[in-house]
Design a protein around this ligand. Sequence first.
Ligand SMILES: Cc1cc2nc3c(=O)[nH]c(=O)nc-3n(C[C@H](O)[C@H](O)[C@H](O)COP(=O)(O)OP(=O)(O)OC[C@H]3O[C@@H](n4cnc5c(N)ncnc54)[C@H](O)[C@@H]3O)c2cc1C
Ligand code: FES
Length: 280
Amino acid sequence: MDHVITRKENLNEADYLIDVVAPEVAKKFQPGNFAVLLTVPNGERIPMSIEKAENDKITMYIKRLGKTSKELDDREVGDALYKVVGPMGNPPQLKKYGNVVFASDLVCGHAENSAMCRELKKIEGNHVISIQSYPTKNDVYPDKELAIDCCHEHILATEDGSVGKMGHYLDILEEMLQERQIDQVFAGGGIPPLQELSELTKRYNVPVMTTVRQIMVDATGMCGSCRVFVDGKQKLACIDGPMFDGHKVDWAAAISRLAMFKEKEAEAMECYNKEIKELR
Ligand SMILES: Cc1cc2nc3c(=O)[nH]c(=O)nc-3n(C[C@H](O)[C@H](O)[C@H](O)COP(=O)(O)OP(=O)(O)OC[C@H]3O[C@@H](n4cnc5c(N)ncnc54)[C@H](O)[C@@H]3O)c2cc1C
Ligand code: FES
């Protein structure tokens, strides 16, 4: 089966979305799952959260970061990816919580949350609040599907106050925790703020599930690259997660593992840019 790209849209300078044909993944998708993409044979396997699955296609929101996200961005509608594997991961159980907050500081983090938001919104007794924070107005992607349709209440914030409320989602959530009852928090996006979020929610005694995006190599539980220490026990983000109880994650270990491949990533990007330059 060809994994053809059927839609590709630029969202802002840093982010884009794609729809890819992947019937097996779409059929079994549950909110909170991710897929593993291989753009070329023997290429890097990159994990990407699935925003939604419709018919035989899945939608993913992607940030341009290094070699593979750039290589993917250079593809056009009609091009095919070599492989799309999934659905992967062990999504959390979605049930009646009461007032539940989803928070992220990345467009792809909001996309990752949105399928869970939509599901929780359908369950009577839940009031779903989405806090979407961005560095500045240029990073905002105020999409109706991600922002309005998936929740009961949507709060937009920018760290410089250029649009929406001023602050990071941590500031907005802290204000909220002081003023009203919150029963559950889910959060993803950049890892470092998740540590602070876990400390914040612990102070208010509110449970938090965090998406721990550790670097994945095989994404099948064999290589150990994505290990996370939860309550002192080793877990694998690719098969046990990627969502874990934030109050129990060893954040210092999780953050230090992110820098593991920095040199190799920079080298890969440099080689790819050189190849592209030579082709042009
Ligand atoms: C469960 C999960 C879901 C994810 N969902 C999304 C998503 O929906 N949209 C999105 O844009 N990104 C997502 N990511 C991150 C994405 O996989 C990486 O940004 C991507 O692999 C970057 O590859 P690159 O070659 O472009 O950049 P690189 O230069 O290789 O890396 C840039 C940075 O991306 C991260 N990264 C690199 N390789 C991996 C890897 N194999 N696994 C995890 N992180 C990596 C590291 O922090 C690294 O410093 C997700 C990661 C995980 C673990
Ligand atoms: S990526 Fe290899 S064990 Fe999870």
